[in-house]
Write a protein that binds this ligand. Structure first.
Ligand SMILES: [Zn+2]
Length: 361
């Protein structure tokens, strides 16, 4: 049985239909508003993928009331006694939907498809890619053919362009945050780092069975996120090799001094919190984390807890060791986890690049 909620009362569908027919939909704007809302819900369930649908918000305060009433009264004769109640309810629903569609302006609040807006350059590459693909397809998709090579290299150009633009965009956001921090920018950053997964999987959510380490809990399924989690997990489990480890494993033949700065032995604390060569990257990715954690535990809490580098390392790798950070909401935990994961990964990439540069010298 379908129940309708209207005017603070739950109605069975027959009663509801009678009510609508007896009182007339045009009784007052407010009631019409409620009716529309309550009936629209089951129809929306038709959309199978909630993440992808375009969500629109109806602006009821800008309704063209006359048009709304006229549309409804014009169609109301479609509701007849010789039909079953549920058929009539369906008809009524579609009448109300049609009327609101015609008479109520709407505003898109969530767009279908990817949020990334393609730049003219990206669009050009996309177009070429499509053309090359059609060409290759028309030839019967031959494996060893120039057309496939062309397509491949164009795809590569497209990806590289996209990556460049994303990097520029990200850098701009970070610069903005550094120059003029505001909570609006900060939430933009958090949202960005949440990076929606393309495929939904329950593989990592095993809360009922046992708790997962946050490293995995907040990692969405994109390959990059998994890679980031791997780096952090290696740091956490002591399998991320730094110079001090090589020193031990080589039976003290390899020097433990940091190759990048030559200041002191390179252990994980040095990499994550001290090495001047990584300073720029560290500042950039540590600030958002500091803002977030300070928001949670307060400035005093931050100063008390994170005045020594060892604790900062613990915050970066496993913040659950801190008493004051155990009662965070799930979202807060996910956000802290996401930012620390990003931090570790960026430091890792930067270190790798600098080491490579040294090697090539
Ligand atoms: Zn160093």
């Amino acid at each position: 049985m379908i129940l309708y909620y209207h005017a603070g009362v739950l109605w069975e569908e027959g009663d509801f239909l009678n009510f609508v027919l007896c009182t007339g939909v045009s009784c007052s704007k407010q009631e019409a508003v409620n009716i529309k809302h309550n009936i629209a819900v089951p129809l929306l369930e038709k959309f199978s993928n909630q993440n992808k649908k375009t969500v629109q918000r109806l602006k009821w305060n800008e309704i063209d009331e006359q048009l709304y009433r006229d549309t409804i009264s014009e169609k109301l004769s479609d509701i007849r006694e010789d039909k079953t109640t549920s058929e009539n309810i369906k008809t009524l629903t579609s009448i109300l939907l049609k009327a609101s569609h015609l008479a109520v302006p709407s505003k898109i609040t969530k767009l279908k498809g990817p949020k990334w807006k393609a730049s003219p350059k990206v669009r050009k590459h996309l177009k070429t890619c499509k053309q090359l693909y059609s060409k290759w397809k028309a030839l019967g998709k031959p494996e060893n053919h120039q057309s496939k090579q062309d397509l491949k290299s164009e795809k590569k150009k497209l990806r590289s362009q996209q990556r460049q633009e994303q990097a520029t965009d990200r850098r701009k956001l970070y610069e903005q945050i550094m120059d003029n921090p505001s909570s609006e920018l900060f939430f933009k950053l958090i949202n960005r780092n949440k990076s929606k997964s393309k495929t939904e999987t329950s593989g990592l959510e095993i809360d009922e069975i046992g708790t997962v380490h946050p490293v995995w809990e907040s990692a969405s399924q994109s390959l990059l996120d998994v890679r980031k989690s791997m780096i952090k997990a290696r740091m956490l489990t002591g399998t991320y090799l730094v110079q001090a480890d090589k020193y031990k494993f080589s039976q003290y033949k390899i020097n433990a001094t940091c190759l990048l700065c030559q200041r002191e032995d390179e252990d994980l604390t040095h990499v994550l919190t001290f090495c001047p060569a990584l300073r720029e990257t560290r500042m950039k990715y540590f600030l958002p984390l500091k803002i977030l954690v300070t928001n949670i535990i307060g400035c005093k809490g931050w100063e008390q807890l994170f005045n020594i580098n060892q604790n900062i390392v613990a915050l970066l790798l496993d913040f659950s060791v801190f008493h004051s950070m155990q009662n965070l909401s799930k979202t807060q935990k996910m956000n802290v986890e996401s930012l620390t994961r990003d931090f570790c990964y960026k430091i890792h990439i930067c270190r790798l690049q600098l080491l490579k540069n040294l090697e090539n010298k």
